[in-house]
Design a protein around this ligand. Sequence first.
Ligand code: AP5
Ligand code: MG
Length: 258
Amino acid sequence: MALNLIMLGPPGAGKGTQAERFARTRGIPKISTGDILREAVHTGTEIGKRAHAIMDRGELVGDDVMIGIVKERLDRADASAGFVLDGFPRTVAQATALDAIMNGRDPLIVLDIVVPEAELVRRLASRLICEDCGANAAMMEAAGDAADVVVMPAANPAASETVAAMRAAAEPQRCRRCGGRLVQRSDDNDAIVRERLKVYQRQSEPLVEYYRGRPTFRSINGAQPPDRVAADLTAAIEATDPARTVGTRHRARSGVRS
Ligand code: AP5
Ligand code: MG
């Protein structure tokens, strides 16, 4: 059965962090509409040009555009064995369209990540992303991405630690994956974060009621360390269908719970 996941939750809830883990550990594509739009802005496509100002005001890009993007992405072959959607749907109109797209496919599993507002504001104020590849600095750290690993002389490990410390001090704001500059996301300043939270309450929170009655809906406490959240998500997925052994299969493969 395909693992068709949706991550719901406000800005900063950890949707991207957890979606990335599922994608990496389960070999399913992560489809993040925020990432797709930021990439479009970065490369200057027509959609990117139109979306840029909307995103920087903390508002939502139009439903028709977003539904078109997601439909095209879900129709690709790599999504047939499952996917994890991060940031879509965000309105009831998007959720209704997604139900139509999913007609004839395995059911959606809807995971709602709940985090208190003060914690969301704190997380977003300190988030850093790479201005070139868009990677989240904390996520790369957790995943152990290390394009800049220092090659150490085996005979003298202490020296390598010194070299690593010197490099870290000299280049404290560089992406571990591609070397790009680490910057604040352009919509993560305090005023825009407040607006995004309001937009979430107004336009996206109704999705919880839209999905709550389904047997495949689960709410998860996201105000815990990322490993704990991941473990709870895995348990929630397994609880939607006892035949699923998400955690077991994953643990057997990599030794890390997700
Ligand atoms: P999008 O990129 O989706 O932003 P968002 O929903 O506001 O969510 P974030 O990416 O800020 O938070 P997240 O939940 O992914 O948290 P993360 O894992 O990064 O959308 C951006 C914009 O694009 C929208 O405002 C809109 O304009 C447009 N858009 C996108 N999709 C759209 C759609 N469908 N329709 C219309 N418009 C759309 O974590 C946040 C931070 O916390 C990170 O630093 C992370 O390291 C840290 N963290 C994560 N988990 C934990 C934890 N458990 N403990 C401590 N820290 C943690
Ligand atoms: Mg995100």
